[in-house]
Write a protein that binds this ligand. Structure first.
Ligand code: PRX
Length: 634
């Protein structure tokens, strides 16, 4: 187990050491894991190419660290509690020993299907234990998992399968989500019909058991492939810098890119941050409400808790089903002690009214956490008062898909809190603020673009199949710095407050969505000529999606047209990217070089049209007034 900081004084000491001597610091943490072969060199790096290698020459298997090494001491301890969506189904409890057996068995099944080290496997599944088992089974045999959130459309899944050239897809029959029963496997059928030639087989887990069409020779049932397979499987030793997984995420431009994380560094950082931020104790029941389809689920539903030997709860459903008291009911029933969720969920449940919390007894709660987007004052205080009863520290954890683990966050019960601030960097993290000219802004009470100056073990290594894109996106904006895409403020005490994205990424309900992606989708809708998408403040989602659309003909049935736009976005990306507002406009404000002036569109979307700045340099300044006028009517 990595070391656990116990006091503020110790944090400052450890932090100083981690900056003065990062290699010694991470070396000490890495030694606490099981390695098949020790590393020769702790770190080799430059941010120029970029080329970053941690624990060079080391060999390991992350699942031996998640499972095997706990068997002796924690074999009978529950590793995973599964709370199904449907209250009529029973919760499942899986011990470390059982999980080890199930992972080994499925790993053997994958091997029997010809999956080898380095092969890519796409996992498109609802939140069931088999999702975690599939992820870990891939890691067991050195295959690279690419989990795709089960809410993405067939087009999106197919793009991701093709980009990573996956040979196997693992899916489920249906996703039981709130009152809905979503045909997940059918989405895969549609995706594969779009020409995913690399895919040999589809393994289908029976979740709800509803009727399903299987394709002869291609589709295999999970229960059939595991039949007769042994519950032990020697883990494949992989190199520290071999790829562990690909996870697609949206950026300012183009299609989502495959963020690549590697084995050794990710393992060390995941466990260290999980243990320290949540101040894990024996007997904790930890619950992270994210989906495994996002990085939070990878790092803090599966890998972090298992590496730390903790008991983690996984929830299949949604916060409002069967009613807005579901989260609190689960906390009460399973005696959850650490609860980690997103501000958007807090806002939605706060809006549902206090009656859902009243009468619940949640004395087990010890620590609360948030992630994914800036939390607003009102939501923070509600969370603190109604859920934490003012006795549970709230850790506001800032990080990203690319960082692999939490970066700026309080240590629960140790770092003095300020509402809505992510507070201080974790050991090993060296943040800085930079101005538009790339100069570092020193001192406190300042604001700028958030960068990181030095590598941490789980930093992004590349974007799959396109290293240049990785360099361009993260390492080219500011010399010798990793650029996060976020703006931040450092207050008088040196505490960080994350303001939000400074690029063309919108954060909708904690989900990252690229404006360019949504525009590309909208442009495929009937009668659309061009579009521009911006974010605007939204009470529940944090940010909503506002789309300005130019049409090829005057639209008589506006409602039908807008429905066409939403349907197209759902088909191209998925329901999470559906615009909240679609405004038909005669033109878009453009600079003389043809660039859309999003700044103006953002202001209009926010409803703040009093000061739009200088519009005289526009190619078509008159269009601004027309957009303003048509906003008033619709
Ligand atoms: O803008 C920041 C916001 O979410 C972005 C990263 O999104 P993603 O890669 O999907 O990962 C989300 C889960 C780690 C960041 O660039 N963000 C994340 N956490 C916070 C946050 N904004 C403010 N406060 C946070 N705690």
């Amino acid at each position: 187990m990595t070391t656990q900081i116990r006091s503020l004084e110790e944090y400052h000491k450890v932090y100083a050491h981690s900056v003065a001597n990062p290699e010694a610091f991470w070396d000490e943490q890495a030694r606490t894991f099981q390695w098949r072969k020790p590393w020769r060199e702790t770190l080799r790096w430059n941010f120029r190419e970029p080329k970053i290698k941690w624990f060079v020459g080391g060999k390991l298997n992350i699942t031996e660290n998640c499972l095997d090494r706990h068997l002796e001491t924690r074999g009978k301890q529950v590793a995973m509690i599964w709370e199904p969506n449907d209250l009529k189904r029973k919760a499942r409890k899986i011990t470390y020993k059982q999980l080890h057996g199930l992972v080994c068995q499925f790993a053997n099944a994958l091997k029997a299907q010809g999956v080898k080290k380095g092969d890519r496997v796409c996992i498109y599944m609802p939140m069931t234990p088999e999702l975690s088992i599939a992820v870990l089974a891939c890691a067991r045999i050195g295959a690279i998992h690419s989990v795709v959130f089960a809410g993405f459309s067939a087009v999106s899944v197919s793009d991701r399968i093709k980009d990573a050239q996956c040979s196997i897809v693992i899916t489920s029959d249906f996703n039981s989500r709130g009152p809905k029963n979503i045909p997940v496997k059918q989405v895969i059928d549609e995706a594969l019909a779009m020409g995913c030639d690399s895919v040999r087989n589809v393994i289908v887990h029976q979740n709800t058991g509803d009727a399903l069409k299987m394709t002869e020779g291609r589709d295999l049932w999970w229960h059939d492939v595991v039949k007769g397979k042994r519950k032990s499987c020697k883990a494949t030793a992989v190199d520290s810098e071999d790829e562990l997984f690909i996870l697609y995420t949206s950026g300012s431009t183009g299609k989502p890119k495959g963020v690549v994380h590697t084995q050794g560094g990710y393992m060390v950082y995941c466990e260290y941050t999980f243990r320290n931020v949540f101040q894990i104790q024996e007997g904790d029941v930890y619950w992270c409400t994210a989906d495994v389809g996002w990085i939070t689920g990878h790092s803090y539903i599966i890998y972090g808790p298992l590496l730390a030997g903790a008991t983690a709860l996984m929830f299949e459903g949604i916060p409002t089903y069967p009613d807005a008291g579901r989260f609190w009911d689960v906390i009460q029933r399973h005696k959850v002690s650490i609860f980690y969720t997103a501000p958007t969920a807090i806002r939605a449940l706060m809006a549902a009214g206090d009656q859902w919390v009243k009468g619940r007894r949640m004395p087990s709660l010890r620590i609360l956490g948030t992630v994914g987007e800036p939390i607003n004052d009102e939501a923070w205080h509600w969370y603190n008062e109604k859920i934490g009863k003012k006795r549970c520290p709230i850790v506001d954890t800032w990080w990203q898909t690319e960082t692999g683990g939490m970066m700026i966050s309080p240590l629960a019960g140790i770092t003095p809190l300020k509402p809505c601030l992510a507070t201080l960097p974790l050991p090993g993290v060296q943040p800085c603020l930079v101005d538009a000219n790339g100069h570092e802004i020193e001192g406190n009470d300042v604001e700028g673009m958030l960068c990181i100056k030095f590598p941490w073990p789980s930093i992004i290594r590349t974007t799959y199949g396109d290293h240049e894109r990785c360099r361009q996106t993260y390492f080219a904006t500011f010399k010798d710095k990793y650029f996060t895409g976020d703006g931040a403020r450092r207050d008088v005490d040196g505490y960080y407050r994350i303001i939000g994205r400074v690029d063309d990424v919108i954060n909708v309900s904690g989900h990252r969505i690229g404006t360019a992606e949504v525009e590309d989708a909208i442009n495929k809708a009937p009668m659309v000529v061009e579009s521009a998408v911006v974010g605007f403040p939204h009470d529940i989602k944090g940010q909503g999606i506002y789309a300005y659309v130019i049409t090829s003909v005057p639209i008589a049935d506006v409602a039908a047209f807008k429905k066409g736009v939403l349907d197209t976005v759902t088909k191209e990306i998925g329901p999470i990217a559906k615009p909240d507002v679609v405004q038909i406009v005669p033109g878009l404000p453009k600079t003389r070089s043809g660039k859309i002036m999003r700044r103006i569109l953002r202001k209009i979307a926010e409803g703040d049209t009093s000061n739009l700045g200088d519009t005289t340099t526009l190619l078509n300044p008159e269009v601004v007034d027309e957009i303003k006028a048509s906003r008033l009517v619709g």
